[in-house]
Design a protein around this ligand. Structure first.
Ligand code: SAM
Length: 403
């Protein structure tokens, strides 16, 4: 798979955290540093390169060319907030086209909804962030009595027309506005939503889903999907690291180390060829959306990646799976290097040095993440790692900003 050049894309101590908040579960039983230790709040938003960093702006795994902003976005630049920018990015049909064409994503939602008509028949359904309305229409197809489709961005104008075009406007009511602000006619039996961002948590749309759950889901109601797991694995990635990171060590004989520092700070969103995976993939975090609380978006979890061949490790890769656990048969999808590609790709965190690892060596550490203080849709992420292997001993802490 070819790499897309030029795109780049954080609790208390773990035990106390896991005991107190069992529904964001760390899956690895190992020591772990706290979020505050790895990502001191005072640092939030002031890391090197955090403001000037990425060349692209992203929404829900969609990389857009920041050099060509929509005309109206440019005109309104001065008075727009980061929230305005976020919703503006969903106003154009192009971003929705990409999501709809992500067959792994859209077909899995279709299967989870349409193939489980016994759950949807005569039910009131809420679609959080309906976009073009595709999930709302799946719900009607599955026999829902009434669907409330909520959408903040102006793609809502098209969703309204699409519902009419498909003779579903009598079953689906569109509410154009913020989920946190709209007044629905009643509580709902089922919430459907596609809220996941890069690295699962990027974009913080999960907060809106949790709000909808607490405000509008009737007791005993269902959430589609309801479980997500975050995974890590180690990869060999010499060529790409050399082209994108080490390149700055010697640019026509000059050192540009300051840019190398910024390049290392940005996780890369890209497809990772499965042949480059050289450790066991490990599930490090499990999120249950019935119990998840907003503050749990800040977490720290331990990991222990055992390499299965002698190789150099250049990066740690994160990806997630999504599960609809109430379906008659298990329905879900994965976004990892061994699965069919999705628009979320994988998120690659380059380490500060190449690690020479022997088969059986273990890379241990903590992964911490928290929404950035200044722009909560961005994520501050830290990877604290150590390795005592046959060929080298190393320990370091890397900080990243997903923006
Ligand atoms: C990832 S897209 C999914 C669109 C559609 N459900 C689909 O599956 O194709 C998320 C949508 O939710 C909308 N959205 C995000 N947060 C929202 C909020 N708090 N209130 C209303 N809409 C929101 C965005 O504008 C975007 O259109």
């Amino acid at each position: 798979m070819e790499r897309r050049k030029g795109e780049s894309c954080i609790v208390d101590e773990l035990e106390a955290f896991v005991e107190g908040h069992p529904m964001v579960r760390a899956l690895v039983d190992a020591p772990c540093k706290s979020v505050d230790e790895l990502l001191p709040v005072a640092d939030a938003g002031t890391e090197r390169g955090a403001e000037e960093g990425a060349a692209d702006t992203k929404s829900n795994g969609h990389v857009q060319d920041a050099s060509r902003p929509p005309a109206q976005a440019a005109a309104k630049h001065e008075e727009m907030t980061s929230s305005d920018y976020y919703f503006e990015s969903y106003a154009h049909f192009g971003i929705h086209e990409e999501m709809l064409k992500d067959e792994v994503r859209t077909r899995t939602y279709m299967e989870a909804i349409v193939s489980n008509a016994h759950l949807f028949k005569n039910k009131v359904v809420l679609d959080v962030g309906c976009g073009t309305g595709i999930l709302s229409m799946f719900a009607v197809r599955a026999g829902a009595k009434e669907v409330y489709a909520v959408e903040m961005s102006s793609i809502a104008d098209y969703a309204r027309k699409i519902f009419k075009e498909n003779n579903m406007d009598s079953s689906i009511t569109l509410f154009q506005g913020k989920m946190e602000e709209v007044q629905l006619p009643s509580k709902v039996d089922i919430i459907i939503s596609e809220w996941m961002g890069y690295f699962l948590f990027y974009e913080s749309m999960m907060d809106s889903l949790l709000f909808a759950r607490d405000q509008w889901l009737a007791p005993g109601g269902l959430i589609f999907p309801d479980v997500c797991n975050l995974y890590l694995c180690a990869i060999e990635d010499a060529q790409y690291r050399s082209e994108k990171i080490d390149f700055w060590d010697n640019v026509y004989g000059f050192r540009m180390g300051c840019i190398k520092d910024v390049a290392l700070l940005e996780p890369l969103v890209d497809f990772v060829p499965s042949a480059q995976v050289c450790s066991n993939p490990q599930a490090v975090l499990s999120v249950n959306l019935y119990e998840m609380q907003k503050h749990q978006a800040a977490f720290s979890v331990p990991f222990e990646l055992e390499v299965f061949r002698n190789d150099y490790v250049h990066a740690i890769v994160a990806y997630f799976d999504v599960q609809f656990t109430h379906c008659l048969r298990p329905v879900g999808f994965e976004t990892g290097p061994f699965a069919r590609g999705t628009h979320w790709k994988q998120t690659v965190f380059y380490l500060d040095e190449s690690l020479a690892m022997a088969q059986g060596d273990k890379l241990r550490g903590s992964l911490a993440c928290r929404p950035n203080k200044k722009n909560p849709r961005d994520l501050d992420i830290a990877i604290d790692y150590s390795m005592e292997g046959e060929h080298m001993q190393v320990s370091s802490c890397m900080r990243y900003r997903l923006r």
